[in-house]
Design a protein around this ligand. Sequence first.
Ligand SMILES: [Zn+2]
Length: 167
Amino acid sequence: MNRRHFIAGGVSLLALGIAGKAGAFDVFTKKGEGKAKSFPYQLSDVEWKEKLSAEQYRVLRKAGTERSGSSPHDKEKREGVFHCAGCDHPLFATAHKFDSGTGWPSFWQPYNDQSIGISTDYVLVYPRAEEHCANCGGHLGHIFDDGPKPTGKRHCINGVALKFKLT
Ligand SMILES: [Zn+2]
């Protein structure tokens, strides 16, 4: 890598950082890019299976969806932070939680701009904004545009992917 390429890379990373701070959180919006990216926290597939419950593994590592209403986190109202069940990365806070009536824990914004990454999935016929932990890449849920103010976003999250800690 020569110096010119090095500088160009730095500038594009900076641009991504600014986009994230603007509230877009769209670092991984290109199709497939989120899956290809290597994340800071990595375990082998065998290690993930040992660390996680079967349901956590199905959701976090295989992009599964828990049954609506199955997570106690859906009704959680105490002040605290929801961490990634896979790697302990802080993802969401009760302060940004709302009752969406869907049976899945819902938030109008992530804990901070380092919490999550977004890619596009085509599991259903139409593209959806898939949301994952920015630290380990574990699948969390999806983002929709029908959330409350001030962001208008609804982060629809599998509770089994979260670990709650009181603050
Ligand atoms: Zn994680």
